[in-house]
Design a protein around this ligand. Structure first.
Ligand code: PMP
Ligand code: GLU
Length: 397
C-alpha cells in the first residue's frame, strides 16, 4: 500500500531545490535568511524580452507549439550557434524543451539503455546521476578535486571508459565549481573520445555567457567527435529567465528526432509565450547579457576575496558561472554547542541555523569535502553572508 515505484526509491531529491525551499520556509517565519543555495540570476528578465512575451499573448500565441519548438526560434538558435560558436546546425538538429534540465534528461533518455555506463565528472550538477538512474543507466563518477581546479584530465577519462560506456556528461563553465575547460583541455578529452566511437557527449553549456576568462569553448568544435556531441543550452542563466523554462539541445538529426519522439509523448512542445520571449532573447539586443556578466564577475571577485579571509576554508577561483565551491573538510569533527559537524550536509545545516545563510553541502555534487554558495545575489548580501559564515565557523572547535 502507498508504495511508490522502485525508480523513485532509487532517486534522490534535488538538494539545490530542497535547500532553497528550506530557506524560503525560514524566511516565511520571519528569519532573516540570506539565500545562497539555489543558482539563479537575481536580475529581472530584460524589458525587451518581457515586451515580446506580452505581445505574444496579445497576438494569441496560445496554442500547442510544434513538439521541437517554433521554427522561428530554432532558426534563431541555429544563427546563435553559427555566430557565437562557429558551429553549423540546421533547424531539424535543434529541439527546444522545458528548460535545459529537460534537454539533458531527453538526451539521456533517448540514448542510454539499462546497464549502460555514463561518465559523470565530480563535482557534478546534482541532477546528472539521478537522470542517468531514471534511465536505468549506471553513473560512473570520476573525481577531480580542488588541487586540479575540479577538472578531469584525458588520462582520467581514459581510465574509466569501458565497452559499456555510452556517454560523458561535461559541464563547462561548471556548476558547482565555476571551473572552465580551456580549448587545450577539451582537445585532450576529445582525443580520448575519438578512440571510442560508441561514446556520446552531453555538453552542458548553460553557463556559456557567464564566463570570466574570455571566449566560450565548446567540445563540439572538434570535428573528430562533433557528430557525437549533444550541446545543451538555454535562456535561463544568460537572460535571467529561469522561470520561463526554455532550453534546447543541438545534435545529430537522428538524436534530435529521438528526443522529439520522447517529448511528444511526455510534455509536448514547450510554452508558446516563453518561446516567443526566447526568440527575442536570441534575436534581439544582447547588451543586458554583458551587463549581467560584468556584475557576476564583480561579485566573483568580492566573494573570493572575502572567503579567502576565512581560516579553515580552501578557495578556488571560479572562471565562470556564479558559484563558489570552497573546501571545508578541515571543520569536520568540530563542534559548537549542540552541533557537531561530521560532513558537508551538517555544515550547510549549521550555517543555515546558526548563521542564517543557505548554502548546499557538497555531497550531493559528488564532493563531500566542499560546499556550494551561489553568489547571484547583491554585493550587500555577499558581504553580510560571508561575515556571518566567518563568525559561525570561528565558533567551531
Ligand atoms: N544544467 C546546469 C549545470 C544547471 O545549473 C542548470 C540550472 N538548474 C540547468 C542545467 C537547468 O537549467 P534550466 O533552468 O534551463 O532547466
Ligand atoms: N541550476 C540551479 C542550481 O544548481 C537550479 C536548481 C536546480 O535546477 O537544481 O541551483
Amino acid at each position: 500500500m502507498n508504495k511508490l515505484a522502485d525508480r523513485l526509491n532509487r532517486l534522490s531529491p534535488s538538494a539545490t531545490l530542497a535547500m532553497s525551499q528550506k530557506s524560503q520556509e525560514l524566511k516565511a517565519q520571519g528569519v532573516d535568511v540570506i539565500n545562497m543555495s539555489v543558482g539563479e540570476p537575481d536580475f529581472n528578465t530584460p524589458d525587451t524580452i518581457k515586451e515580446a512575451a506580452k505581445k505574444a499573448i496579445d497576438d494569441n500565441w496560445s496554442r500547442y507549439s510544434p513538439v521541437p519548438g517554433y521554427p522561428t526560434l530554432r532558426k534563431a538558435i541555429v544563427e546563435k550557434l553559427k555566430k557565437e560558436n562557429g558551429l553549423e546546425f540546421t533547424e531539424s538538429q535543434i529541439s527546444v524543451s522545458n528548460g535545459a534540465k529537460q534537454a539533458v534528461c531527453n538526451a539521456i533518455m533517448a540514448l542510454v539503455n539499462p546497464g549502460d555506463e555514463v561518465i559523470v565528472p565530480a563535482p557534478f550538477w546534482v541532477s546528472y546521476p539521478e537522470m542517468v538512474k531514471l534511465a536505468d543507466g549506471t553513473p560512473v563518477i570520476v573525481s577531480a578535486g580542488i588541487e586540479q581546479n575540479f577538472k578531469i584530465t584525458g588520462e582520467q577519462l581514459k581510465s574509466v571508459i569501458t565497452e559499456k560506456t555510452k556517454m560523458l556528461i561535461l559541464c563547462s563553465p561548471s556548476n558547482p565549481t565555476g571551473s572552465v575547460y580551456t580549448k587545450a583541455e577539451l582537445k585532450e578529452l576529445a582525443d580520448v573520445l575519438a578512440k571510442h566511437p560508441q561514446v556520446y557527449v552531453v555538453a552542458d553549456e548553460i553557463y556559456e555567457h557567464i564566463n570570466y576568462v574570455g571566449k566560450h569553448e565548446s567540445i563540439a568544435q572538434f570535428p573528430e567527435i562533433r557528430d557525437r556531441v549533444i550541446i545543451v543550452n538555454g535562456v535561463s542563466k544568460a537572460y535571467a529567465m529561469t522561470g520561463w523554462r526554455i532550453g534546447y539541445l543541438a545534435a545529430a538529426e537522428w538524436i534530435v528526432k529521438g528526443c522529439n519522439k520522447l517529448q511528444g509523448q511526455y510534455t509536448s512542445g514547450p510554452c508558446s509565450v516563453s518561446q516567443m520571449a526566447s526568440l527575442e532573447a536570441y534575436a534581439g539586443p544582447q547588451d543586458d547579457v554583458e551587463t549581467m556578466r560584468q556584475a557576476f564577475q564583480r561579485r566573483r571577485d568580492l566573494i573570493v576575496k572575502l572567503t579567502k579571509e576565512i581560516p579553515g576554508l580552501e578557495v578556488n577561483v571560479p572562471e565562470g558561472a556564479f558559484y563558489l565551491f570552497p573546501k571545508c573538510s578541515s571543520f569536520y569533527g568540530k563542534s559548537y554547542g549542540e552541533y557537531t559537524i561530521n560532513n558537508s550536509d551538517d555544515l550547510a545545516m549549521y550555517l543555515l541555523t546558526e548563521a542564517h545563510v543557505a548554502t548546499v553541502g557538497g555531497a550531493s555534487f559528488g564532493s563531500p569535502e566542499c560546499f556550494r554558495m551561489s553568489y547571484a545575489t547583491s554585493d550587500e548580501n555577499i558581504v553580510e553572508a560571508i561575515r556571518r559564515i566567518k563568525e559561525a565557523l570561528a565558533k567551531l572547535s
